[in-house]
Design a protein around this ligand. Structure first.
Ligand code: SF4
Length: 478
């Protein structure tokens, strides 16, 4: 296995991390193969689904309608969960959410936790909080389990260990097996299953995320392909579900629209293998299920985002399709983005959750080609959101240097004054238009502008301005 240590640390300098990822031949080989197959499956799934556009529009409309009255739907959800015998905990941030989990664990004297895949628990760094409190925590999604053993962060929303080959996985899992494991997917899966069954049987608490929470019934919906979420919610005596507050949907009848689009966008399947609807704890007449059900509803900046111009980012159903479609993600992988969420949607929400200036490269980590929006099952206008973030970023003090600030001010003024515009275009055609031109492209711009031509040529301005051409020739042309 090549040196994967850099996958363990959180990078906040996107450019350095991206350069590192681009230089990793092993990673490049994996990304090339996997993302092509993901994208192709995603396209095939949409093409084979005649009502896809309608279903996507409907899912989007439900999200929009829900967010318009989010407080009302969350209150209904709380009421329904309590009527079903569950307990609701409100968490303003990650710390409060972790504290709520630890409080439940302590009052139940819990020693062992199993978890099914949850990006929200990654967002709040729950595993670290549990381990610091001395509670043994085991990830039970196969990809997450591999990452936990390796000490890596997830690199994809739905395929967290996508950056590892089967050889890498054999090498990682061999560190916890008695004998070295071969590079054989079936054997590796069987080994993980054996290990995880023991953890399920011994666990006091099962922690899951929430794909959707249905306000009218107080149910949570879990979508998976491995079945581990079902064991997590049914074997341990306590079930804790953690959701971002935007995961609520008003009615049970809204769910099919999301089920139709989520699986197709995520993995190209018509349906995921398991869609579990869990309502509260075990009832008196039931033979299995947890004794307690707790739902933690996390804000962590979402109510602020809801009020602002990037509200649409809350439509996200975490399918990962925008990652597979994005030419940047396909080249640099997930770890370069630094935060928990990678790819185009990560470039939008990581700065919103973790701070814009701390993640100032992310809004620029996009070619704005629109592939993400085309792939998104709820048609989030990600390029527009990235542009809005860039605007916000440039308004923050200290983000633009003296030269850039002066240049943009001058440009803005010139564009507002016809006289200045005329002079500017005259100067541009007489300097850049004639300077080092070869086949209509400039290979190197001077001074502070050289960054524009570091990686690509710059289109040279025409040697004559349109207004001159029009004056002398254009108007006489038929
Ligand atoms: S932004 Fe859209 S495509 Fe990307 S993860 Fe969210 S729902 Fe999926």
């Amino acid at each position: 296995m090549s040196n994967l240590d850099y996958l363990k640390s959180e990078h906040h300098e996107f450019l350095d991390a991206a350069a590192e990822a681009m230089a990793d031949d092993r990673l490049q080989g994996i990304l090339g193969q996997l993302n092509d197959s993901f994208s192709q499956r995603n396209r095939d799934a949409w093409n084979a689904f005649p009502g896809s556009d309608q279903a996507r529009e409907q899912a989007r409309a439900i999200k929009d309608e829900t967010l318009a009255e989010l407080d009302k739907h969350l209150e209904t959800l709380e009421r329904s969960v309590m009527e079903g015998g569950g307990t609701v905990h409100w968490a303003a941030d990650g710390e409060e959410a972790c504290d709520a989990v630890l409080k439940i664990a302590r009052s139940a004297n819990a020693q062992r936790v199993v978890k099914s895949k949850s990006m929200t628990s990654e967002e709040i760094h729950l595993n670290q909080a549990l381990e610091t409190a001395g509670i043994e925590t085991v990830e039970t999604d196969l990809g997450e389990y591999i990452l936990q053993v390796a000490g890596h962060r997830p690199s994809h929303i739905v395929a967290p260990a996508v950056h590892l080959s089967a050889t890498d996985v054999a090498s990682v899992l061999s560190t916890v097996s008695e004998t070295p494991l071969a590079n054989n997917r079936k054997e590796l899966t069987a080994f993980a299953r054996r290990k995880l069954r023991q953890s399920f049987a011994a666990a006091d608490i099962g922690i899951t995320g929430v794909n959707f929470a249905i306000a009218e019934t107080g149910s949570i919906v879990l979508i998976s392909n491995e079945g581990n979420a079902r064991l997590t919610t049914s074997l341990p005596r306590i079930h804790i579900a953690i959701m971002g507050m935007e995961k609520v949907i008003p009615r049970l009848q809204d769910l099919p629209y999301f089920l139709k689009v989520l699986a197709r966008a995520a993995t190209g399947q018509k349906q995921s293998v398991y869609a579990s609807i869990v309502t509260g704890a075990r009832r008196a007449e039931e033979i299995d299920g947890p004794e307690e059900f707790h739902l933690i509803i996390l804000d962590n900046g979402r109510s602020r985002i809801l009020q602002g111009p990037l509200r649409e980012s809350l439509f996200c159903i975490r399918c990962g399709a925008c990652l597979n479609a994005c030419p940047i993600y396909r080249n640099v992988g997930g770890h370069a983005y630094g935060g928990v969420y990678a790819g185009p949607i990560g470039a939008v929400i990581t700065p919103l959750y973790d701070g814009l200036s701390e993640n100032h490269h992310l809004p620029h980590a996009s070619s704005l080609c629109g592939a993400c929006q085309a792939a998104c099952p709820v048609k989030i206008a990600i390029p527009d959101l990235l542009i809005k973030l860039r605007e916000q970023l440039h308004q923050e003090p200290g983000q633009l240097g003296f030269f850039e600030t002066a240049a943009y001010r001058f440009w803005a003024r010139a564009l507002r004054s016809p006289f200045a515009y005329r002079i500017g275009t005259w100067l541009a055609t007489r300097t850049l238009g004639r300077w080092k031109r070869r086949s209509g492209w400039l290979q190197r711009l001077p001074g502070k502008l050289h960054g524009w031509t570091q990686k690509r040529d710059f289109p040279a301005p025409a040697p004559n301005r349109f207004r001159d051409w029009w004056k002398h020739e254009g108007r006489n042309e038929p």
